[in-house]
Write a protein that binds this ligand. Structure first.
Ligand code: 5GP
Ligand code: ZN
Length: 112
């Protein structure tokens, strides 16, 4: 499929891989907004959260558990954030669902 993150999952576009299992793939964001800025994607192509169906519930959960695993591995459990941008007004620019894992610095609330 002609999708940037599908190509990254397949290794057709290089990425700095952090973690991979049967269902999820995690890699460094190319334009990091925090000392840790990792993207976690389902290997299955899902456009975004609002396009997800009930059968995607498990994989959406798995992406978050992968984020928690990486947060622990990175030693940033004092405070990190998982973010799903949904739709153009949120800044979603890649239409293959992904969880941002941001941490390693003090995070402000609310996000912009
Ligand atoms: P969104 O704005 O859709 O929530 O997030 C897309 C993210 O993907 C952005 O943070 C952007 O920096 C990142 N990104 C876009 N293209 C690439 C790429 O080719 N490689 C990597 N590693 N990250 C990318
Ligand atoms: Zn895709």
């Amino acid at each position: 499929m002609d999708c940037l993150f599908c190509k990254i999952v397949r290794g057709e576009i290089p990425s700095k891989k952090i973690y991979e299992d049967e269902h999820t793939y995690a890699f460094e964001d190319i334009d990091p907004k925090a000392p840790t800025h990792v993207l976690i994607v389902p290997k299955k192509h899902i456009v975004g959260l609002k396009e997800a169906s009930p059968e995607d519930a498990e994989i959406i959960g798995r992406c978050h558990l992968t984020a928690a695993h990486i947060g622990k591995q990175r030693g940033i459990e004092n405070g990190y954030r998982t973010v799903l941008n949904v739709g153009p007004d949120s800044g979603q620019s890649v239409f293959h669902m992904h969880v941002h894992l941001l941490g390693g610095r003090k995070l402000t609330w609310p996000p912009g």
